[in-house]
Design a protein around this ligand. Sequence first.
Ligand code: PLP
Length: 405
Amino acid sequence: MNEITKEIFKIIKKEQKRQKDTIELIASENFVSKDILKANGSILTNKYAEGYPSKRYYGGCKYVDQIETIAINLAKELFSAEHANVQPHSGSQANQAVYLAVLKPGDKVLALDLNSGGHLTHGHSLSSSGLLYEFHSYGVNKDTFLLDYDEIEKIALEVMPKLIVTGASNYSRIIDFKRFSEIASKVGALLMVDMAHIAGLVATSLHPSPVPYADFVTSTTHKTLRGPRSGLILCKEKYAKIIDRAVFPGIQGGPHIQTIAAKAICFGECMEESFITYQKRILANIKAMEKAFNNRNVSMISGGSDNHLVSIEVYKSLGITGAEAEKKLEKYNITVNKNSIPYDTLPPTKASGLRLGSAAMTSRGLEENDFYEIANLITDILLDKSLELNKAYQERVKNIIDKLY
Ligand code: PLP
């Protein structure tokens, strides 16, 4: 083993310890099964397989064809979709492929704005989405912080986009996909739903599915779905060809077969009874946090949560910016991320909010009373203006860490 290899493995060990000893509340993270890790780190990484099963540009693909076919069939079955493309390397690339399939540069798209919970690939000026296409945005209602479908319809009628995008990185309420499809039909637009965050809830019918209503559904596979870090596109059969062509050769070369194998295992795990129990516990655990924050008068965006995440306002309610709060909690081994809130008066580098998710720590066995305690602990830490580390809070963190598997 050379020095560089030794160094890298030493750092991986440290990261493993960090993950083990941390209360992980980043809403987009999770802990995959040993089988998923094994497939993702397997010899499949050695194989080139440009193209699709039985239509490859390389020889020696008979086994990887079997793997990709299993992944495609499982994705279709899990989400009741007509067609699935399992090759996108990430959620961003899944979105990029849909845009390439249906838009020309300069075409109009309507999507949720970043401060209201949208993702960078939904038209941010530095993302290829915002650079190539004319993105317009809808936000959330100023008083309720909820999606206001009548207002979205009004904006859609003004903009007349070719594509409407919904789905979010930071929206804690149920999204009405049927209403979105009605708006899209009314203005003659296609509908794309990016279900990256809620895919696990959708797979278990704990959030309504966008599949019957959307022309295209994109997702990551590593958030509530608890699979490898990767992407997925689902669509109607009539779009199969343009989607497959947009992924390869449109934006990618050889598929990462090792990750596709891990995705197949993930989809299989999602069909087990225990996965439904897991998703139900994710919801119960976020409700426990919601209850604690309510009791402590910590302001939650839209007043609470229907899914795996809750977004809290810290600048006005606790007197600390999101960036400062993130740093302070990290000192206690609590990992969160700062997030802009709707109509934020602070820049994104400071932000007024924190986004907290329950998917990762539910995977490691925490229950409602633990999440209730975590929300109280976070509130205590953020209200405490002392610069010294507080031993009592450290002890409370340790009590939680000691319970994790
Ligand atoms: N779409 C949404 C809604 C997301 O939240 C994210 C990532 O957090 C992405 C797309 C991008 O996924 P990736 O990081 O895999 O590119």
